[in-house]
Design a protein around this ligand. Structure first.
Ligand code: ADP
Ligand code: MG
Length: 257
């Protein structure tokens, strides 16, 4: 059990009167790559955001690395408790890297400055060390020769690879990807998926929300199909793509395959 990097139990989340997550159970083991698929509006982004404390869950529990991410109502009353809670949240957030559809790089900083920002500001690493490591990471995503370029001088695919390097710079135990190639021109999708595939091979634990069924099929250890705030089914890609058990999965797959 202690090789579980993420565990979610009965997670619920509502916005106003819409329940967007209606009781999600999920487990991700160390080194596992999980792909999450499902129609637009099914709650995929919200789920990732809950795992990274960008959203507060209404009910249920989330553990990352064995530590509870859920929000205890009674823990939010006193100022001391609240401050302790916020410190815990920050510590956990550092362990979960997130890559979004849009890259969110700092426009007035070069690639290497973007990548070293987190380690320097959040982890108080010496600049020289952070820079050396940032250049290594840029090399790893195939951008050694673009380290001193500004985001505007990079293609979308290159910017997304910088965003991946930036997340890796924090030494996360879990990487979350929310449709990382959806904003890219088709010819740039492959280079980003290639970097993600390398990362998966290196043993990184990953949850990837994606419409790239080829990637899911090839790289995922498990595919999760979500619809209307629920996990409808999950299984090995060979199983889920070729013999889905539920009508809703079948209907969705017929629109995307
Ligand atoms: P997906 O990523 O699967 O497309 P989302 O998690 O983005 O789905 O959204 C699920 C539902 O929650 C949608 O109906 C969306 O409009 C709604 N939603 C998401 N974020 C918010 C928000 N901050 N406020 C209100 N509604 C939201
Ligand atoms: Mg989404």
């Amino acid at each position: 059990m202690n090789d579980l990097v993420l565990r979610a139990r009965a997670v619920r989340k509502r916005f106003a009167d819409t329940e967007v997550l209606r009781g999600i159970d999920l487990e991700v083991r160390s080194g596992e790559v999980l792909c999450v698929i499902g129609p637009s509006g099914s709650g995929k982004s919200t789920l990732l955001r809950c795992f990274n404390h960008l959203e507060r869950i209404d009910a249920g529990r989330v553990w990352v690395d064995g530590e509870l991410v859920g929000y205890e109502q009674h823990g939010t009353s006193g100022r001391v408790l609240r401050e302790r809670r916020e410190k815990e949240i920050r510590a956990q957030r550092e362990r979960v890297g997130m890559v979004f559809q849009r890259f969110h790089l700092f426009p007035h900083r070069t690639a290497v400055q973007n990548v070293m920002e987190g380690p320097v500001v959040v982890k108080r690493r010496p600049r020289a060390d952070a820079e050396r490591r940032a250049r290594e990471l840029l090399d790893r995503v195939g951008l050694a020769d673009r380290a001193d370029h500004y985001p505007a001088q990079l293609s979308g695919g290159q910017q997304q690879r910088v965003a991946i390097a930036r997340a890796l710079a924090m030494d996360p135990t879990l990487m979350l990807f929310d449709e990382p190639t959806s904003a890219l021109d088709p010819e740039l999708v492959g280079e980003v998926l290639g970097v993600m595939q390398d990362l998966a091979r290196s043993g990184m634990t990953m949850i990837v929300v994606t419409h790239e069924m080829g990637f899911a099929r090839e790289v995922a250890d498990r595919v999760v199909f979500m619809d209307e705030g629920l996990v409808v089914e999950s299984g090995h890609p060979d199983e889920l793509f070729t013999a889905p058990r539920h009508d809703r999965t079948r209907a969705f797959l017929s629109t995307v395959l």
